[in-house]
Design a binder for this molecule. Structure first.
Ligand code: HAM
Length: 418
């Protein structure tokens, strides 16, 4: 038997209703902040992610699903959403439209990672990107959207923020990091040894035990910020305070992707165990230019929906869903089945989920099926019912019955609802 690929999930009926509920809640919150959806391709040129996400990131170095297509072009399954959104904003001329431009997406992403609880190879993200606002007010507004989403889902999360500086102060910080790691370079893993000269910041999020032990005492970005970056962070704090959003400044948050500048942040959930980052984001003011567009600041975040789902389950925040049919119409014989089909269509005009026998089973088997689906009412149609135009409507919960006119659908609806 062919089985699903390692690190992928099947979302089955029963669970898909919960996913839809969660996604709708998220989209409703995003709409309150004026965000519109953008839908983009699942694969892009590999070059986009190398330049966008960065050659020294784990994602590009180790985790991309890349392949050559029949035209020998290098293609990559999207490992994240930001680079594709930036590509599309530039390509479709949105960069010269009204600003700020707030966009959201619901996507699946692909990363070749070691699968475990909350970490998979195909995973789902809800993400937002907002372009055209450099002021800390934009950072606060984006963070506030993330905060409200978790609040509306009933989840408790904590917020960690940091600044990783800009193109002015980053080189000084890089030098300090380089000098620090140079002294222990014999112990670093091969990937980090390569990163030492290219981008020592990436050593800070290496997952190898030795490198992460050294990273604990490395110089902190926050001690190397230029006055503008410091002011930006201080103003963001004022905005977050005004929103009543609690945060912790955590100098260890550097994020794993290369495009970030200044503000970076993560929402942490206690409900999903060790892999507790449920949402991560930050500012990427140089990325649009880097990918061939104009100078346009940007900020966004993405939340891992598999992790949001885990948190909802462990915090017991998932409501009950009623997907049972309002009515099951059992039938005996071809004419009765045809009539039950016609009636089921009429009930749909009243907004009711009404099912009928499409298999041609015995009456006993039909009633067993009705029971299994949890149908609230049932009605049996045979030749005599067709002739008389009357049938018996049964309340499946208490067994009560009432005679109904099979041609008066509105009356049957009334009887079911009262
Ligand atoms: P990221 O931190 O790589 O950022 O991913 C964002 C979120 O996706 C993570 O916090 C996590 O919840 C989820 N996630 C990541 N990898 C996996 C995985 N293998 N399995 C399950 N969930 C996962 C980004 O992707 C940026 N594009 C976010 C962003 C948008 N920054 C600015 N704008």
């Amino acid at each position: 038997m062919i089985q699903k690929q390692r690190g992928t999930i099947d979302i089955l009926p029963g669970e898909s209703e919960v996913w839809q509920w969660m996604e709708n809640k998220i989209k409703e919150t995003a709409a309150l902040y004026g965000y519109s959806e953008i839908r983009l391709p699942t694969f892009e040129s590999s070059e986009l992610y190398k330049r966008g996400v960065g050659e020294t990131s784990d994602v590009v170095q180790k985790e991309m699903y890349s392949f050559e297509d029949n035209d020998r072009r290098s293609i990559t399954l999207r490992p994240e959403g930001t680079a594709g959104v930036v590509r599309s904003v530039i390509e479709n001329g949105l960069a010269s439209g009204a600003m700020p431009l707030p966009l959201y997406y619901l996507i699946s992403c692909f990363r070749y990672e070691k699968p475990e609880a909350g970490r998979s190879r195909e995973f789902y993200q809800f993400g937002v990107e907002q372009f055209g606002a450099e002021n800390p007010a934009a950072d606060a507004n984006v963070i506030s959207l993330g905060y409200d989403i978790f609040k509306n889902l009933g989840l408790d999360v904590s917020l960690e923020i940091n600044s990783i500086g800009c193109r002015h102060c980053r080189p000084i910080y890089h030098k300090a990091l380089h000098d620090y790691f140079e002294s222990c370079k014999d112990d670093l893993c091969e990937t980090c040894l390569d990163r030492l000269d290219k981008n020592p910041l990436r050593i800070l999020d290496c997952k190898s035990p030795v490198c992460s032990e050294y990273a604990k005492n490395a110089p902190k970005t926050i001690d190397y910020l230029c006055p503008d970056c410091k002011k930006h962070l201080d103003e963001l704090k004022v905005y977050l305070d005004r929103a009543g959003i609690k945060y912790n400044v955590n100098p260890k948050i550097v994020r794993g992707l290369d495009y970030y500048q200044r503000t970076v942040f993560e929402f942490i959930s206690e409900d999903i165990g060790s892999k507790s980052t449920i949402c991560g984001g930050g500012r990427y003011d140089g990325l649009v230019e880097e990918l061939g567009g104009p100078r346009l600041p940007g900020i966004g975040f993405a939340m891992g929906l598999t992790r949001v789902m885990l948190a909802l389950k462990s915090a017991n925040k998932i409501p009950e869903f009623d997907t049972a049919p309002a009515l099951y119409i059992a039938s005996m014989g071809d004419s009765a089945r045809l009539k039950s089909f016609e009636m089921s269509l009429a009930f749909k005009k009243h907004g009711l989920n009404v099912t009928f026998d499409q298999v041609g089973r015995s009456l006993k088997a039909q009633m067993k099926y009705a029971d299994k689906t949890g149908a609230k009412f049932s009605l049996v149609l045979g030749d005599s019912e067709l002739e008389a135009g009357k049938a018996t409507l049964k309340n499946m919960a208490n067994g009560e019955t009432v005679e109904v006119d099979i041609n008066d659908i509105s009356d049957i609806v009334d009887k079911m609802q009262n």
